[in-house]
Design a protein around this ligand. Structure first.
Ligand SMILES: Nc1nc2c(ncn2[C@@H]2O[C@H](COP(=O)(O)OP(=O)(O)OP(=O)(O)O)[C@@H](O)[C@H]2O)c(=O)[nH]1
Length: 317
């Protein structure tokens, strides 16, 4: 047993007794203090007879008897050693707490960074609105929801008129600034938190309108024309207006299981093509075989006095 104890004690001192070179590793705090206690006791015992004879030679009073002094010194030593054990343990506890706090801080920073990255993945870097990738995902989600809840779903595809000419006249940087203001105007035009304004391509935008029917989508399209007119972004070379205008293709569906989300994009794209073809700065709506409608956009040159109206086709109302 003594051998086993000695073996464990030596190991706690950091002696790798199983390796031939007896290499040392740093001793733990308890072993260090046991060493101090051991050396202190041996020292106290070895000098005790010397101190005792010195006291006896000088006939010191009983209260100063060397055995009493040695006992006091020994107790003080034990207390010191105990403090020596408690301190490193407390320090180890503190270090552990600090590392836990650091871990927690790092975890919080990572979570925030992840959230930021997830946000960046969904957002267009230039315009700060939903990007194409996220738009496609939302379209798919809203499409499924519309099927489940039997709600209509509408889409506006919006293209800035003659934007190539705008870039040519004002330069690319001004073109970027113009797109930012158009994005802002679109966001101001939508009312519901569930609506999504996205950049669909270079100067093309999309607005997804859940639970919105054909007439609701035309209302929003009209809001878009009006909001952009309020921004009044000058465009001297435009053939449509003195200000930047957009053409809008609107499509609405009450999706069934056999339809596909991309049908909505296809219909809105066709309507947008028609809007361009019919002179731009207007909304055209495409509704498969049942509804066809159009509304004229806002022309600051000619129509500032004329309120914009939807031209709903009475045949399909
Ligand atoms: N400044 C800027 N220009 C862009 C950006 N993305 C696309 N464009 C430009 O937008 C222009 C689009 O031109 P077109 O597709 O010919 O269409 P358009 O001139 O708007 O003509 P219509 O759509 O027929 O009215 C191109 O010149 C692109 O370079 C962008 O992020 N910033």
């Amino acid at each position: 047993m003594c051998v086993t104890l000695a073996f464990h004690y030596a190991r706690s001192c950091g002696l790798r007794i199983e390796t031939p070179d007896m290499k040392r590793t740093p001793p733990g705090p308890i072993a260090t203090n046991l060493n101090v206690l051991l050396v202190g006791t041996l020292l106290a015992l070895s000098i005790a007879p010397v101190v005792a004879s010195w006291f006896k030679q000088r006939n010191m009073p009983t209260s100063m008897h060397p055995e009493a002094l040695i006992s006091i010194a020994f107790v003080a030593g034990v207390v010191l050693v105990l403090i020596g054990i408690v301190r490193p343990l407390y320090r180890a506890y503190q270090v552990r707490e600090e590392s836990l706090l650091t871990l927690e801080r790092e975890h919080r920073a990572l979570t925030a960074r992840n959230r930021q990255l997830a946000h960046q993945v969904c957002i267009d870097g230039l315009l700060g609105i939903t990007n194409r990738r996220e738009f496609e995902q939302r379209l798919s989600r809203e499409w499924q929801r519309a099927i489940r809840e039997q709600h209509p779903l509408s889409l506006l595809l919006i293209d800035v008129d003659h934007f190539k000419a705008y870039n040519d006249s004002y330069g690319h940087l001004q073109g970027d600034a113009c797109l930012k203001r158009v994005a802002q105007a679109l966001q101001e035009a939508v009312g519901r938190s569930g609506d999504t304004v996205a950049r669909y391509g270079g100067e093309e935008f999309a607005i997804l309108l859940p639970n919105t029917d054909h007439y609701g989508s035309l209302d929003v399209a009209q809001q878009v024309h009006e909001s952009l007119a309020r921004h009044a972004i000058p465009f001297a070379d435009s053939s449509c207006s003195a200000f930047v205008t957009v053409s809008i293709g609107a499509a609405s569906m009450s999706p069934g299981h056999r339809d596909h989300g991309h049908d909505l994009i296809r219909y809105a794209d066709k309507a947008l093509y028609t809007a361009k073809h019919n002179g731009r700065n207007r909304t055209e709506a495409f509704l498969p075989a049942r509804l066809v409608a159009s509304s004229k956009g806002h022309d600051q040159r000619a129509a500032s006095a004329a309120p914009q109206t939807h031209l709903h086709d009475k045949r399909i109302a």
